[in-house]
Design a binder for this molecule. Sequence first.
Ligand code: NAP
Length: 239
Amino acid sequence: MTVKDKVVLVTGANRGIGQALAAEALARGAKRVYACTRQPLAHPDDRVTPLRLDVTSVSQIQEAASQVESLDMLINNAGIMLRDDLTDPAVLERHLAVNLFGTYAVTQAFLPAVTRSRGAVVNILSANALAPLPLIVPAYSVSKAAAFSLTQSLRALVAGQGVTVHAVLPGPVDTDMTRGSNVLKASPESVALAIFDAVDNGEEEIFPDPASAPIAARWRDSVAKLLERQLAQVAPVSS
Ligand SMILES: NC(=O)c1ccc[n+]([C@@H]2O[C@H](COP(=O)([O-])OP(=O)(O)OC[C@H]3O[C@@H](n4cnc5c(N)ncnc54)[C@H](OP(=O)(O)O)[C@@H]3O)[C@@H](O)[C@H]2O)c1
Protein backbone atom coordinates (compact mmCIF):
# COMPACT_ATOMS: atom_id res chain seq x y z
CA MET A 1 0.00 0.00 0.00
CA THR A 2 1.42 3.39 -0.97
CA VAL A 3 0.78 6.37 1.24
CA LYS A 4 0.05 8.86 -1.54
CA ASP A 5 -3.47 10.31 -1.14
CA LYS A 6 -4.06 8.08 1.88
CA VAL A 7 -5.03 8.84 5.48
CA VAL A 8 -2.42 7.86 8.07
CA LEU A 9 -2.52 7.95 11.87
CA VAL A 10 0.66 7.90 13.96
CA THR A 11 0.77 7.57 17.76
CA GLY A 12 3.63 9.28 19.61
CA ALA A 13 4.01 11.65 16.67
CA ASN A 14 5.68 14.53 18.51
CA ARG A 15 9.25 13.23 18.57
CA GLY A 16 11.61 10.47 17.56
CA ILE A 17 10.50 7.81 15.09
CA GLY A 18 6.84 8.91 15.25
CA GLN A 19 7.69 12.46 14.23
CA ALA A 20 9.82 11.12 11.36
CA LEU A 21 7.00 8.80 10.24
CA ALA A 22 4.52 11.69 10.16
CA ALA A 23 6.99 13.82 8.17
CA GLU A 24 7.70 10.98 5.71
CA ALA A 25 3.98 10.33 5.21
CA LEU A 26 3.54 14.01 4.31
CA ALA A 27 6.56 13.90 1.99
CA ARG A 28 5.01 10.92 0.18
CA GLY A 29 1.78 12.80 -0.45
CA ALA A 30 -0.50 11.58 2.31
CA LYS A 31 -3.90 13.24 2.11
CA ARG A 32 -4.19 13.52 5.90
CA VAL A 33 -1.95 12.66 8.83
CA TYR A 34 -3.52 12.31 12.26
CA ALA A 35 -0.63 13.13 14.58
CA CYS A 36 -1.46 11.69 17.99
CA THR A 37 0.34 13.16 20.98
CA ARG A 38 -0.06 13.41 24.73
CA GLN A 39 0.59 17.15 24.75
CA PRO A 40 -1.01 19.71 22.40
CA LEU A 41 0.74 19.85 19.01
CA ALA A 42 0.89 22.65 16.46
CA HIS A 43 1.96 21.69 12.93
CA PRO A 44 2.53 24.01 9.96
CA ASP A 45 1.18 21.56 7.35
CA ASP A 46 -2.60 21.84 7.05
CA ARG A 47 -2.83 18.14 6.14
CA VAL A 48 -1.92 17.40 9.77
CA THR A 49 -4.72 16.98 12.29
CA PRO A 50 -3.37 16.82 15.83
CA LEU A 51 -5.22 14.45 18.15
CA ARG A 52 -4.75 14.20 21.90
CA LEU A 53 -3.95 10.57 22.64
CA ASP A 54 -2.41 8.86 25.61
CA VAL A 55 -2.57 5.23 24.53
CA THR A 56 -3.32 4.14 28.11
CA SER A 57 -6.44 6.31 28.31
CA VAL A 58 -9.67 4.59 27.28
CA SER A 59 -11.55 7.88 27.09
CA GLN A 60 -8.89 9.58 24.93
CA ILE A 61 -8.81 6.58 22.59
CA GLN A 62 -12.61 6.69 22.23
CA GLU A 63 -12.57 10.46 21.66
CA ALA A 64 -9.80 10.18 19.03
CA ALA A 65 -11.57 7.33 17.22
CA SER A 66 -14.78 9.34 17.10
CA GLN A 67 -12.92 12.09 15.20
CA VAL A 68 -11.46 9.82 12.51
CA GLU A 69 -13.93 8.87 9.80
CA SER A 70 -11.66 7.12 7.34
CA LEU A 71 -8.22 5.63 7.90
CA ASP A 72 -5.89 3.74 5.57
CA MET A 73 -2.87 3.18 7.79
CA LEU A 74 -2.68 2.94 11.57
CA ILE A 75 0.86 3.23 12.91
CA ASN A 76 1.22 2.14 16.54
CA ASN A 77 4.49 3.85 17.39
CA ALA A 78 4.08 5.19 20.97
CA GLY A 79 6.29 3.31 23.36
CA ILE A 80 8.39 3.47 26.51
CA MET A 81 11.68 1.85 27.47
CA LEU A 82 12.90 1.84 31.07
CA ARG A 83 15.99 0.12 32.40
CA ASP A 84 15.25 -2.62 34.91
CA ASP A 85 16.28 -6.06 36.16
CA LEU A 86 12.86 -7.72 36.41
CA THR A 87 12.75 -7.27 40.21
CA ASP A 88 9.97 -4.66 40.23
CA PRO A 89 6.62 -5.82 38.86
CA ALA A 90 5.49 -2.20 38.51
CA VAL A 91 8.12 -1.60 35.82
CA LEU A 92 6.91 -4.60 33.84
CA GLU A 93 3.32 -3.39 34.24
CA ARG A 94 4.23 0.08 32.93
CA HIS A 95 5.82 -1.42 29.83
CA LEU A 96 2.86 -3.70 29.21
CA ALA A 97 0.38 -0.83 29.75
CA VAL A 98 1.91 1.25 26.95
CA ASN A 99 3.69 -1.16 24.60
CA LEU A 100 1.18 -4.02 24.69
CA PHE A 101 -2.22 -2.92 26.02
CA GLY A 102 -1.89 0.58 24.51
CA THR A 103 -1.16 -0.92 21.10
CA TYR A 104 -4.02 -3.37 21.56
CA ALA A 105 -6.58 -0.76 22.63
CA VAL A 106 -5.69 1.73 19.89
CA THR A 107 -5.85 -1.04 17.29
CA GLN A 108 -9.28 -2.21 18.46
CA ALA A 109 -10.59 1.35 18.32
CA PHE A 110 -9.35 2.10 14.80
CA LEU A 111 -9.64 -1.34 13.21
CA PRO A 112 -13.19 -0.78 11.92
CA ALA A 113 -11.99 2.27 9.94
CA VAL A 114 -8.88 0.45 8.67
CA THR A 115 -11.02 -2.54 7.67
CA ARG A 116 -13.47 -0.34 5.71
CA SER A 117 -10.54 0.94 3.65
CA ARG A 118 -8.85 -2.49 3.43
CA GLY A 119 -5.82 -0.75 4.85
CA ALA A 120 -2.77 -1.54 6.99
CA VAL A 121 -1.77 -1.72 10.64
CA VAL A 122 1.92 -1.05 11.28
CA ASN A 123 3.23 -1.85 14.76
CA ILE A 124 6.59 -0.35 15.70
CA LEU A 125 8.09 -3.09 17.87
CA SER A 126 11.83 -3.76 18.28
CA ALA A 127 14.46 -6.35 17.44
CA ASN A 128 14.14 -7.11 21.16
CA ALA A 129 10.80 -8.73 20.35
CA LEU A 130 12.86 -11.54 18.80
CA ALA A 131 15.65 -11.63 21.38
CA PRO A 132 15.69 -9.75 24.69
CA LEU A 133 18.34 -7.40 26.01
CA PRO A 134 18.23 -9.09 29.43
CA LEU A 135 20.91 -7.12 31.28
CA ILE A 136 19.53 -3.70 30.31
CA VAL A 137 15.84 -3.74 29.34
CA PRO A 138 14.27 -7.13 30.07
CA ALA A 139 10.78 -5.77 30.88
CA TYR A 140 10.78 -3.70 27.67
CA SER A 141 11.79 -6.85 25.78
CA VAL A 142 8.92 -8.82 27.34
CA SER A 143 6.45 -6.14 26.26
CA LYS A 144 7.77 -6.04 22.70
CA ALA A 145 7.74 -9.85 22.40
CA ALA A 146 4.12 -9.84 23.57
CA ALA A 147 3.25 -7.06 21.13
CA PHE A 148 4.89 -9.10 18.35
CA SER A 149 2.68 -12.08 19.15
CA LEU A 150 -0.32 -9.74 19.18
CA THR A 151 0.74 -8.48 15.75
CA GLN A 152 1.06 -12.01 14.34
CA SER A 153 -2.36 -13.09 15.60
CA LEU A 154 -4.02 -9.90 14.39
CA ARG A 155 -2.46 -10.51 10.96
CA ALA A 156 -4.13 -13.91 10.70
CA LEU A 157 -7.44 -12.68 12.11
CA VAL A 158 -7.89 -9.79 9.67
CA ALA A 159 -6.21 -11.25 6.57
CA GLY A 160 -9.56 -12.34 5.18
CA GLN A 161 -10.83 -8.76 5.35
CA GLY A 162 -8.04 -7.40 3.19
CA VAL A 163 -6.14 -5.71 6.04
CA THR A 164 -2.37 -6.18 6.17
CA VAL A 165 -0.53 -6.15 9.49
CA HIS A 166 3.16 -5.31 9.66
CA ALA A 167 5.69 -5.74 12.47
CA VAL A 168 8.61 -3.29 12.49
CA LEU A 169 11.65 -4.68 14.31
CA PRO A 170 14.32 -1.97 14.41
CA GLY A 171 17.73 -2.05 16.02
CA PRO A 172 19.04 1.10 17.73
CA VAL A 173 17.65 4.40 16.43
CA ASP A 174 18.96 7.83 17.39
CA THR A 175 16.11 9.24 19.52
CA ASP A 176 15.54 10.30 23.13
CA MET A 177 14.94 6.61 23.91
CA THR A 178 18.57 5.68 23.24
CA ARG A 179 20.19 8.87 24.50
CA GLY A 180 23.35 7.97 26.42
CA SER A 181 23.88 4.72 24.57
CA ASN A 182 27.11 4.52 22.59
CA VAL A 183 26.04 1.94 20.02
CA LEU A 184 25.75 2.79 16.33
CA LYS A 185 22.27 4.21 15.69
CA ALA A 186 20.23 4.80 12.55
CA SER A 187 18.53 8.15 12.05
CA PRO A 188 14.76 8.22 12.63
CA GLU A 189 14.36 9.73 9.14
CA SER A 190 16.11 6.80 7.43
CA VAL A 191 14.07 4.35 9.48
CA ALA A 192 10.78 6.07 8.57
CA LEU A 193 11.71 5.95 4.89
CA ALA A 194 12.56 2.25 5.06
CA ILE A 195 9.32 1.46 6.89
CA PHE A 196 7.10 3.03 4.21
CA ASP A 197 9.15 1.38 1.44
CA ALA A 198 8.71 -2.01 3.12
CA VAL A 199 4.95 -1.53 3.60
CA ASP A 200 4.80 -0.64 -0.11
CA ASN A 201 6.57 -3.95 -0.81
CA GLY A 202 4.13 -5.89 1.36
CA GLU A 203 6.78 -7.02 3.85
CA GLU A 204 5.19 -8.53 6.96
CA GLU A 205 8.29 -8.13 9.15
CA ILE A 206 10.24 -4.95 8.56
CA PHE A 207 13.91 -4.55 9.51
CA PRO A 208 14.46 -0.87 8.70
CA ASP A 209 18.05 -0.08 9.72
CA PRO A 210 21.57 -1.40 9.15
CA ALA A 211 21.68 -3.25 12.49
CA SER A 212 18.44 -5.19 11.93
CA ALA A 213 18.52 -5.50 8.11
CA PRO A 214 20.76 -8.62 8.06
CA ILE A 215 18.03 -10.49 10.01
CA ALA A 216 15.48 -10.01 7.23
CA ALA A 217 16.40 -12.78 4.78
CA ARG A 218 17.07 -15.32 7.51
CA TRP A 219 13.81 -14.41 9.26
CA ARG A 220 11.70 -15.06 6.16
CA ASP A 221 13.11 -18.61 5.84
CA SER A 222 13.18 -19.28 9.58
CA VAL A 223 11.44 -22.02 11.50
CA ALA A 224 9.56 -19.35 13.46
CA LYS A 225 8.13 -17.76 10.31
CA LEU A 226 7.26 -21.15 8.82
CA LEU A 227 5.48 -22.11 12.03
CA GLU A 228 3.63 -18.77 12.11
CA ARG A 229 2.26 -19.47 8.61
CA GLN A 230 1.31 -23.05 9.48
CA LEU A 231 -0.41 -22.20 12.76
CA ALA A 232 -2.29 -19.31 11.17
CA GLN A 233 -4.19 -21.91 9.13
CA VAL A 234 -5.31 -23.94 12.15
CA ALA A 235 -9.01 -23.31 12.67
CA PRO A 236 -11.10 -24.21 15.73
CA VAL A 237 -12.85 -27.58 15.58
CA SER A 238 -16.61 -27.06 15.60
CA SER A 239 -18.41 -29.29 18.14
N1 NAP B 1 14.92 4.34 19.48
C1 NAP B 1 15.19 3.05 19.29
O1 NAP B 1 16.36 2.62 19.28
C2 NAP B 1 14.08 2.09 19.01
C3 NAP B 1 14.43 0.81 18.55
C4 NAP B 1 13.44 -0.11 18.31
C5 NAP B 1 12.12 0.24 18.51
N2 NAP B 1 11.81 1.47 18.97
C6 NAP B 1 10.39 1.77 19.18
O2 NAP B 1 10.00 2.86 18.38
C7 NAP B 1 8.92 3.54 19.00
C8 NAP B 1 9.25 5.02 19.07
O3 NAP B 1 10.40 5.15 19.87
P1 NAP B 1 11.38 6.41 19.80
O4 NAP B 1 12.74 5.89 19.70
O5 NAP B 1 10.88 7.40 18.83
O6 NAP B 1 11.19 6.93 21.31
P2 NAP B 1 11.00 8.38 21.92
O7 NAP B 1 11.78 9.39 21.19
O8 NAP B 1 11.24 8.17 23.39
O9 NAP B 1 9.45 8.69 21.66
C9 NAP B 1 8.47 7.93 22.29
C10 NAP B 1 7.14 8.46 21.84
O10 NAP B 1 6.11 7.65 22.45
C11 NAP B 1 5.22 8.53 23.11
N3 NAP B 1 4.58 7.89 24.26
C12 NAP B 1 5.14 7.32 25.35
N4 NAP B 1 4.18 6.89 26.19
C13 NAP B 1 3.00 7.19 25.61
C14 NAP B 1 1.64 7.01 25.98
N5 NAP B 1 1.28 6.43 27.16
N6 NAP B 1 0.67 7.43 25.13
C15 NAP B 1 0.99 8.03 23.97
N7 NAP B 1 2.25 8.27 23.56
C16 NAP B 1 3.25 7.84 24.40
C17 NAP B 1 6.07 9.70 23.55
O11 NAP B 1 5.25 10.80 23.87
P3 NAP B 1 5.72 11.94 24.95
O12 NAP B 1 6.61 12.88 24.19
O13 NAP B 1 4.45 12.53 25.41
O14 NAP B 1 6.47 11.20 26.03
C18 NAP B 1 6.89 9.90 22.28
O15 NAP B 1 6.14 10.58 21.31
C19 NAP B 1 8.72 2.88 20.36
O16 NAP B 1 7.67 1.96 20.30
C20 NAP B 1 10.05 2.18 20.58
O17 NAP B 1 9.93 1.07 21.46
C21 NAP B 1 12.74 2.41 19.21
